[in-house]
Write a protein that binds this ligand. Structure first.
Ligand SMILES: [Cu+2]
Length: 421
């Protein structure tokens, strides 16, 4: 005799889902606390004037600093954070200063910088400054270069920024657990001499992947390969902010990847060039025109282009599972299978059972457990966008005066694909 749990598992295994309790199947149900998208922050953000274009960390923040006797002093607090990945899903992560990824660090080549790192985690930690050239004792590999930072302790790192570029920071102490839970951030060093050509819009995106069992809130750090949530700055579509750009501006996007997979990020509507890695600038003569940049594990990649084509341009990882949310994994293929006779029989045993996937997986609104997102989602001006995960939109507009989300693109008459009558 089958138990009810076994029956439901077998029903799912043959390509269906039971909605015994439809009220429990609504994402973002009762009991899930709401947190603000833009977290509260103790100190005010940096204010200009800057000798550079400040980096915009989409759905994120920049780390404030204060000047002390010619040294830029920053304070990182390693702690547990609740992060909303998109409306309807709050994840119990670890991060810095209330956010994951941690606040983006920005400074200028030649700066003397000091980082106070306070550990409020339930275990010890350290900070490694990924890609930066610095004295060995400041490199942050606990046990090798320094003692671990125990719970409640504050450590001081201090060094001079020799090179401009896009770098990262992350723990080097129980690294597998701490990075899987979201402890990582971008570290941008601007050149001392203003860049030419000038960058008008400069964005930072940290790529990450997680396994969060549907209906739970804690990422599982023991999972090695089978991830089910893929994020830009710890947000998933439709929770990812757009990149808002005025027509004619030169745009740079800086990617960092501390996940377990490479992510080939594809931009629609443009050709761009990869201009730098965390190892330095790509020589101008070596810059290939591209539409996709592969961001390897443990690396950063900068890309640049001139935004001369207005519109809403998709910008996403091209591994198609990485633009899905949870619930799309480990399903049997049922495309082309006639399930009509088995559906009625199973429904007698499992009321509410619904066969799915016979004609593809679009439009499968099957409900989701609490605190989980539909596998593909997001409404556009023409209907469901059927994406999730590592997906956002570059919104290029003529003559805009602010970088607030301008809404959907209004296409000139006669420029949209149409149905043949
Ligand atoms: Cu990817």
């Amino acid at each position: 005799m089958f138990s009810r749990r076994q029956l439901l598992a077998s029903a799912a295994a043959i390509g269906g889902v039971s909605l015994l309790n439809p009220r429990a199947a609504i994402a973002g149900g009762d009991g899930i606390p709401k947190v603000p998208t833009q977290p509260h922050f103790d100190l005010p953000p940096n204010k200009g004037p800057f000798p550079y274009t400040p980096v915009e960390t989409l759905n994120g923040v920049t780390l404030p600093w204060k000047m002390e006797n010619g040294v830029k002093v920053f304070h990182l607090v390693a702690e547990e954070v609740d992060r909303e990945f998109a409306p309807g899903m709050i994840v119990k992560c670890w991060g810095y200063n209330g956010v994951t990824p941690g606040p983006t660090i920005e400074a200028v080549q030649g700066d003397r910088v000091r980082f106070l790192v306070t550990n409020k985690l339930p275990e010890r930690t350290s900070v490694h400054w990924h890609g930066l050239l610095l004295p060995n004792g400041m490199d942050g590999v606990a046990g090798l270069n320094q003692p671990h930072i125990e719970r409640g302790e504050t450590y001081v790192y201090e060094f001079t920024l020799k090179e401009a570029g896009t770098f990262m920071y992350h723990p080097h102490s129980d690294e597998m657990v701490q990075m899987a839970l979201g402890m990582m951030g971008m570290f941008v060093v601007h050149p001392r001499v203003p860049e030419s050509p000038r960058i008008d819009r400069d964005f930072a995106i940290m790529l990450h992947e997680w396994f969060i069992a549907p209906g739970t809130a804690r990422p599982n750090p023991a999972v090695m390969t089978d991830f089910n949530i893929f994020t830009f700055n710890s947000r998933v579509w439709p929770g990812t902010a757009p990149l808002v750009v005025r027509t004619g501006q030169r745009v740079r996007v800086r990617f960092g990847n501390l996940s377990m997979d490479s992510h080939p990020i594809h931009l629609h509507g443009y050709h761009f060039e990869q201009t730098a890695t965390d190892g330095g600038k790509t020589p101008v003569t070596a810059r290939l025109p591209e539409t996709t940049v592969n961001v390897p594990v443990g690396s950063t990649r900068d890309i640049e282009w001139v935004a001369d084509a207005p519109g809403d341009w998709a910008f996403h990882c091209h591994k198609s599972h990485h633009t899905m949310n949870a619930m799309s994994h480990d399903l049997p293929v049922m495309i082309g299978v006639d399930q009509s006779s088995s559906e009625a029989k199973i429904r007698k045993l499992a009321p509410g059972y619904m066969a799915m996937g016979s004609a593809g997986m679009a439009m499968m609104d099957m409900g989701t457990p609490k605190n989980t997102l539909p596998m593909m989602t997001g409404e556009g001006p023409f209907g469901p966008i059927e994406m999730g995960g590592m997906f956002t939109v570059v919104k290029v507009r003529e003559g805009i005066k602010s970088y607030e989300d301008p809404g959907w693109y209004k296409h000139p008459a006669g420029t949209v694909a149409y149905k043949l009558k």
